[in-house]
Design a protein around this ligand. Structure first.
Ligand code: F6P
Length: 519
């Protein structure tokens, strides 16, 4: 696998020059005026997702050079290494094969290496068992509440998907997600449920995460205190640490593998809440949509490859324009947890300042990802997007057909999305002072025909691969997360001090706060 750090390629130097000579000053209104085909040339259809990139600070020369950057950095061989099951998660010595979780097998499996094919058999065995279990739970009228206990990747994906697929969800049951160790979360849910009608899913890849284990212990203690007896029926573990789950006392378990990163795990057993909510067939459609995007990423030429094009734009904006954040604006209330999901996916993957070998990088990496469902965002922070001192690229996500029968609402919603993108680009130049809007602010418009399991799967896989491409160009390992460890260790050391009051060796600020919390 020959990866060359992006700033050491000839294309990087060429892009620097391009930025100075034409990139910095690129004017979107002028670009549309001089090129009537700009929309056609800068839009792309990938499986289930149409992308309009034409309102971005790009032109044909810049795009060409960005594609050269991808080639010269060794992106395609790195991508192929991931799809061959090589240990691309180098700091942990593991493969990253979340894509295998959605592989349908059959004839297409012949392209896989023998070791990966073995993995696929295991994947399908667990998937079949898990979906059969999901179906039994769905048919079990005595179970009215499903409580997922998990955090990070063991929470965000399932929670986001269950909300997004509301139209397909079996609402005879209620779905709860408990993630934080903040006792308000668990106690609020426990007030609403009864032991005999609740299924607790303890979702944790490691089965050691402090928040999840604390919540799981408290849930089990509550269950037993309320007279609940049948742990095997009311508790199920989703984990790659089956032994720890057994030690905890849970015998109903669905496993997965160390080559599934937490934030890439909603396709594995971690997806069980989704499968219970929407059913086995819909869950398979989610996987199929993601697989279609995998195939697009694996085979489409870089110039027509949507994850690649979005990642190149990320690099262009972050490293040449110096934009430090990206706002995500889903124009569909079902996607209201999308930003939280993307925050983990992107920032935990690419929020790193060293390369694979641990050497400091001389350039910026992951932007800050933020946002709110857009109609709300419009009445909150869009002011800053239009007139603030920072340029913040915006990513609109809209859906053409919706499930409700309030067409007027949908037209208004879409009109607002289109108008915001237009206003960002056009600005308002005939007004002065407070009314002046500079315009030329870039945005991407992603459009789904409908929000279905398949299109959601494709959309999420699109983001996963985009993160991989940006991380690959930046020379980082997108699959580890060493930065979260220190806080966990320190929290463990601080916890007993809250009871004992011992502040020995603590910095003055932490000691001061500890003493106030105890007084
Ligand atoms: O925050 C760190 C992290 O390891 C995430 O990467 C992961 O998704 C989350 O914690 C939960 O981990 P687990 O599934 O092992 O409980």
């Amino acid at each position: 696998m020959s990866r060359i750090r992006c700033d050491r390629t000839p294309a990087w130097a060429a892009l620097r020059e391009l930025y100075d000579t034409q990139g910095r000053a690129l004017d979107l209104r002028r670009s549309f005026a001089t090129d009537p085909r700009r929309f056609e040339r800068l839009s792309l259809q990938a499986p289930h997702v149409f992308a309009d990139l034409s309102k971005n600070l790009l032109d044909a020369t810049i795009q060409l050079q960005l594609a050269a950057l991808a080639r010269q950095s060794g992106l395609t061989s790195h991508r192929d290494a991931m799809f061959s099951g090589e240990p691309v998660n180098s700091t942990e010595g593991r493969a990253a094969m979340h894509w295998l979780l959605r592989h349908p097998g059959g004839a297409a499996a012949r392209l896989l290496t023998p070791a990966v094919q073995d993995g696929l058999h295991e994947v399908h065995a667990v998937l079949d068992a898990m979906l059969a279990y999901a179906q039994r739970v769905r048919e079990d009228a005595a179970i009215t509440d499903v409580v997922n206990i998990g955090i990070g990747g063991s929470d965000l994906g399932p929670q986001m998907a269950v909300l997004a697929l509301d139209e397909f969800v079996d609402h005879r049951k209620r779905y709860h997600f408990v993630s934080s160790v903040d006792g308000h979360e668990l106690s609020t849910v426990l007030r609403q449920v009864r032991p005999e009608s609740t299924l607790f899913l303890v979702a944790s890849k490691s089965f050691t995460t402090l928040e999840t284990m604390t919540n799981a212990r408290s849930a089990k203690a509550w269950f037993e205190a309320q007279g609940g007896r049948d742990i095997a029926r009311h508790f199920c573990a989703l984990t790659s640490n089956v032994e720890a789950a057994a030690e905890f006392g849970i015998s109903t378990t669905f496993g997965f593998w160390d080559w599934v990163g937490g934030r890439y795990s909603m396709w594995s057993a971690i997806g069980l809440p989704i499968a219970i909510a929407v059913g086995p067939q819909r869950f398979r459609e989610l996987l199929a949509g993601a697989y279609a995007m995998d195939e697009h990423f694996r085979t489409a030429p870089l110039e027509r490859n949507l994850p690649v094009q979005l990642a190149l734009l990320d690099v262009w904006y972050r490293n040449f324009h110096g934009f430090s954040s990206r706002s995500v604006a889903p124009y569909h209330s079902g996607l209201r947890r999308m930003q939280a999901y993307l925050q983990q996916l992107e920032m935990e993957s690419n929020g790193k300042r060293v390369d694979e070998r641990g050497d400091a990088l001389p350039y910026a990496t992951s932007p800050v990802i933020w946002g709110e469902p857009a109609a709300n965002g419009q009445h909150a922070y869009f002011q800053m997007l239009h007139q603030g001192s920072d340029v913040i690229p915006v990513e609109f996500i809209a859906v053409k057909k919706v499930a409700h029968d309030l067409p007027e609402h949908h037209h208004k919603l879409l009109a607002n999305g289109l108008a915001q993108a237009q206003a960002l680009m056009l600005g308002q130049h005939d007004a002065g002072g407070h009314r002046h809007m500079p315009g030329n602010r870039p945005s991407t418009f992603l459009l789904l025909e409908e929000l279905t399991p398949a299109s959601l799967g494709a959309l999420i896989a699109l983001y996963e691969h985009r993160v991989f491409v940006a991380g690959s160009l930046w020379g980082i390992n997108s699959f580890d997360q060493w930065g979260v460890e220190l806080g966990k260790v320190l929290a463990k050391a601080i916890e007993p001090r809250l009871s004992s009051g011992d502040a020995t060796g603590l910095d003055a600020s932490t000691a001061g706060l500890l003493s106030r919390l105890r007084s």
